[in-house]
Design a protein around this ligand. Structure first.
Ligand code: SF4
Length: 398
């Protein structure tokens, strides 16, 4: 995975750009800012299909994403095609391009927006060769040194974390490491051709904790050989590792992935959207109960994914996370209606103003379901700022 571009650059004074991590151990909200999720300038980036402020996404860091599709990957995992997800074909970036990309993003940052992180995504960061890693980190560290960026984050495979690789990054201001865990079931990992085991993930988390990094774990639902029991078991094992945050992705069949061949020959059948939302909902509840932040559910919506030639099959939805929240609010309303034994033709449900759309459901789907299940003629949802993030009340008007 040698990047000629990295290595062909003039020698740089790396030492002058190295730092001790400034933000290790910080508990930060870490979702992407929104539309600017590729190696593109904000003006040219495709707009997401949905973007609405939610209470739990405020004070998120300003992320400057650098996508290096499949950089450092030892092979192609069965479900993966980073090029089709990101729309970026180059797996490398020159330091000049990296510099201008970061500067471009910084122009769009609101003055008070903090913290700011440079994020290397889309590959196996610590799988790249040591010189390339150091060059990229040194370039990013220069912005930290200037005080315009707070820290660096990257995603990598669990089996790249060892004392040697952590020694390599220890003098750079890396605060956050995301591990592509995918599953904690060894059979599922083998079928996905991950090339690592649950034990690699456990060891990686311990090593990262030992060095006080903020840790994010990425898991997938609906992989070949997976089922609800195994998924929930993965959720419990992840909970035991106590990461700072998780991302939950549905397994979709991406064009150009090995899984696409399995799907076309009938060897793999993806989860339905409904089943996937159901499983992710339970994982979300489990993580929230254990105060583990869930910073993403579903793939980042983009024009490419929406066009249909990238996702061949599977539970892709541009507002997947919203669907999970809608399902949670439906559960809460049903439970409240049953426990209060609300009778009559009409019902009023009060929720926080930010949760109106979650309570209504996509295309008012929750209202239809409540009408059908309880034989209501009308379901009126009222915004009430006295309610908390997950609260609601049900009442039958006199
Ligand atoms: S899942 Fe990660 S390691 Fe596997 S091919 Fe994709 S980017 Fe590479």
């Amino acid at each position: 995975m040698v990047s000629k571009k990295f290595n062909s650059l003039e020698n740089r004074d790396l030492k002058s750009r190295c730092h001790q991590p400034k933000t290790n151990g910080q508990k930060q909200e870490t979702r992407n800012k929104g539309p600017n999720t590729r190696n593109q300038t904000p003006e040219t980036n495709n707009r997401p299909l949905r973007r609405s402020p939610q209470p739990e996404t405020r004070n998120r860091p300003f992320i400057i994403p650098i996508f290096l599709p499949h950089a450092g990957c030892p092979h192609q995992c069965i479900f993966c095609n980073q090029i089709s997800i990101t729309g970026i074909k180059k797996r490398t970036i020159s330091t000049e391009k990296l510099h201008s990309h970061i500067e471009e993003f910084l122009k769009y940052k609101a003055k008070q927006r903090k913290p700011v992180q440079i994020a290397f995504f889309g590959g196996n960061f610590l799988g790249m060769n040591a010189d390339d890693i150091a060059l990229l980190l040194a370039e990013a560290a220069g912005f930290v040194e200037q005080g315009v960026v707070d820290s660096i984050r990257f995603s990598t495979r669990p089996d790249t974390i060892d004392r040697k690789s952590l020694d390599l990054i220890k003098n750079f201001p890396v605060s956050t490491v995301e591990l592509g865990v995918q599953s904690m079931d060894n059979e599922v990992l083998a079928l996905a051709k991950r090339g690592h085991t649950r034990a690699d993930t456990q060891k990686a988390v311990y090593l990262l904790k030992d060095r006080n990094y903020e840790i994010g774990l990425q898991i997938m639902v609906g992989l070949p050989g997976d089922n609800q029991a195994k998924t929930f078991n993965t959720g419990h094992r992840i909970t035991n590792l106590a990461p700072d945050f998780v991302r939950i992705y549905p397994t979709v069949v991406l064009a150009g992935s090995p899984l696409a061949r399995w799907y076309q020959t009938g060897k793999y059948v993806p989860l339905s959207l409904q089943e996937c939302v159901h499983q992710v909902k339970h994982l979300y509840v489990l993580f929230k109960q254990n105060t583990i932040r869930v910073i993403r559910m579903g793939l980042q919506a983009s024009q490419d994914l929406a066009e249909g030639s990238t996702v061949l099959a599977g539970p892709y939805h541009p507002a997947f996370g919203h669907l999970v929240h809608c399902a949670l609010f439906l559960d809460r309303a049903v439970s409240a209606l049953k426990s209060k034994a609300v009778l009559g033709n009409h019902v009023i449900i009060r929720v926080h103003p930010n949760n109106i759309s979650k309570m209504r459901g996509l295309k008012n789907g929750n209202i239809s379901k409540l009408k059908q299940q309880f034989q209501f003629k009308s379901v009126n949802i009222i915004p009430d700022s006295a309610f908390g993030e997950n609260e609601l009340s049900v009442i039958a008007p006199a």
